[in-house]
Design a protein around this ligand. Structure first.
Ligand code: FES
Length: 111
């Protein structure tokens, strides 16, 4: 199998437990990869409210009460599978989705 040169490997699927999120840095950009119902979603790690990373502590992205992605700065909550803010100061805005592709056990993105 040949992948387009424009795709970069972000992580392995096995790096991502169900309903959890992890941060990755690639080419000076920070990404969040999250698994929800077996699907993988990748976002730029920047909150649409104030353009800050979502996590203050590495990989601390999931709100313990709701299971949603949480921005540590002002508490905005985002759907795992759409990146839509459903609670907080930027309600209705979205995290920036990154095109991804799964090949075997690996997640590739188009940066
Ligand atoms: S910077 Fe994320 S909610 Fe304000």
């Amino acid at each position: 199998m040949t992948l387009p040169n424009s795709l970069l490997e972000l992580c392995r699927i096995s790096d991502l437990p169900e309903s959890r999120a992890k941060g990755f840095k690639l080419l000076n950009q920070s990404y969040i990869a999250v698994k929800s119902n077996g699907d993988i979603f990748v976002y730029i790690n920047r909150c649409p409210h104030a353009d800050t990373p979502l996590d203050w502590e590495p990989d601390d992205f999931i709100d313990g009460d709701t299971g949603l992605l949480r921005c540590a700065t002002h508490g905005a909550l985002f759907e795992l599978n759409t990146g839509e803010c459903v609670v907080g100061p930027c309600i209705g805005d979205y995290l920036t989705a990154v095109e991804s592709r799964i090949e075997q056990d690996r997640v590739y993105i188009k940066p």
